[in-house]
Structure formats: structure tokens, C-alpha cells
Design a protein. Sequence first.
Length: 196
Amino acid sequence: MPRISPSCFPSPSSWQPAVRLEALHGSRGPKAGTIGRSPTSPRWPGEASRLPTDHIVGDLLDLEDGPRALRGLGARRPGGSEGGAVTRTVRSIAAHLDWALAEHPTTAEPHDRISANPAAQIHAWYTAVLRFTGRDSRPTHHHAPCPRCEILTLFRDYGDAYIECRNIECGILLTPDEYAAHTQVLAAEYRQNPAA
Ligand SMILES: [Zn+2]
């Protein structure tokens, strides 16, 4: 069997910078663009970082477009590199952040995974990046059974203001006060019937 010569492979100096730059600039991007690639496309170095990046970049552009449309500021300037577009979008969002957090029509929406509330979206990007880079704290498992499905699947992620049931058929959200009241009810039931 012939040996595979190292010269068959591209030099690290040619691909390592591309991998590092992939997260922001889509250095290996196909001609059709870098946003919203199909998950069925061939695997390539840097793809893992593209998944959260595509998600966040798409949401960033949407968040810029919302205030622009609602406040009559004109359309976003298209074109250029992804890194340049992200820089312009972040500047625009920062300039209108007070309005987005206080006056956007969705500011009353609760902070959950489908919320269009700008504050919830920004928080979700932050936690997604922490998770992707392994800088997040582990979720806290709350050991009382869920008040709806009665499974031991209540967790609170770091930074979240609520406790969530991870049973996908349940998904109940509880405030810490609601969880505390639930545990009081369980404790009272146990005192009345400790054999149950
Ligand atoms: Zn549940």
C-alpha cells in the first residue's frame, strides 16, 4: 500500500487562517453567499462555527431591519463582506438600542425561545455563544417533579430568569417564586401522606 505523502495535503499555513476567519468572514463562502447554508451541504473545516454564526447574523440583520422599517429610517445597505455587514448592523442596532428595548412592539413578549422581543433575542445570542465556546455554566437541576408532567426535568439555565421543563411534550416555564410555591405544596402533601 503506498504511503500517503504529507505533501498530498495543503499546508496548515493555507487553511488554518481560513478556519479561524470562517466564524466572522465566511472566508470559504460559496458564490451564493454565506448566510443560511443548507445543513445537507458537504462538511468542511469551520462548518461547526458557521451554524451559530449564521443563526446570529441572520437575527442581527432582522433586528436592524425592524427598527429601520418601523421608524422610517430607510432600508439597510446590502452587499459587501459578511464581516463588514455585521459591523454596520451592530453599529445601527447600538444606535437604536434604547428604542428597541423600550419601544419595539414586541418588548412585552416573555423571554422564551420563540420571542421576538429584542432583549430576549440578544440574551439568546449571548447564551448561544457561551454554550458554543464552552464558557457557559451548567444548568441547575431542580429536583422537584414538574407540576404539569410530574417528571424530574425542571432545569434553570445560567442567567435565565425562569425554570423550564425539558420534557419536550411539556415545556412549562416557572418563575422561581412559582417553583418555590410548588415545592411547598409538595412538602405539605408529603406531610399529610408520607407513604405516598
Ligand atoms: Zn413538565
